[in-house]
Design a protein around this ligand. Sequence first.
Ligand code: ADP
Ligand code: FRU
Length: 283
Amino acid sequence: MRILAVGVATLDIVNRVDAYPLEDQEIRATSQQLRRGGNACNTLTLLSRLGHHCSWAGTLADDESSKFIKEELAASCVDTCWAHVESESATPTSYIVSSQATGSRTIVHYRNLPEYGESQFSKIDLSAFDWIHFEGRNPKATLGMLKRIRAENSDIRISLELEKPRGGLKQCLAYVDVVMVSRAYALAKGLDSAQKLFDYLHPFCANALCFLAWGEEGGWYRTGDCAARFLPAFKPGHVIDTLGAGDVFNAGLIDGLQKWDDPNEALSYAIRIAGEKCGREGL
Ligand code: ADP
Ligand code: FRU
């Protein structure tokens, strides 16, 4: 399948530590890795590995780190021809503490780079894609992009990630086929169960398939106004690194829906590859 994903690319500086530090403590990292990150880019990396033709649309800075990002995307066979390069700018950077004891990842993210805009998106030849995935940043511009897709092509399948609450995201929901929600989004909205979250979203996307990742417990889905269905997490032998688990989960949903067109199968597959990812370092 030909997939385009719109979102950010980051430089991830991953410090591995034995255990997460206390505030104001000084500790040594046992290793340090530079990785190319960003939700949409991580999802595309997996989708490319699964055999799809992948393109990324996002903003690139013009510094040294952006060269690394381009090289890494090229190595993963992710096309960057629709990326927009912002001159005199710096790559968004995440400073990550990855705990050996628990596999948890704590992220401090800094960015000062403009988001990918509607004018850049308007140049993309949409006929080249079967599926377009949005990271759900910059809701106003995302809404414009969604409207353009629906005006030009009703066959393209569209997925939207709701990772954090951002004003205007709900208006985007009417245009999408698949909604991928994170636990962080649900909890930030004060919705502490899948049923509450799906009930909250339902009026905005009654016909969409909704999925919800729920960390080490597993994930949920809902079709139409049926009850929420839960599938438990796949447990790797040892949880090593959970950074990007949600992005791998989303890749599993896209790949799984394309293969089986069945939400239960797709969720089961997404949970499996996200759990396997947690058992290894990196994507
Ligand atoms: P994010 O990376 O966005 O924080 P989550 O932590 O919700 O995403 O994880 C996404 C999916 O990855 C979960 O729904 C689950 O299937 C899987 N997962 C996450 N953490 C673990 C874990 N500790 N063990 C097994 N699977 C996990
Ligand atoms: C993981 C990730 C990292 C990135 C951060 C951005 O899901 O995409 O690669 O630094 O989240 O929020």
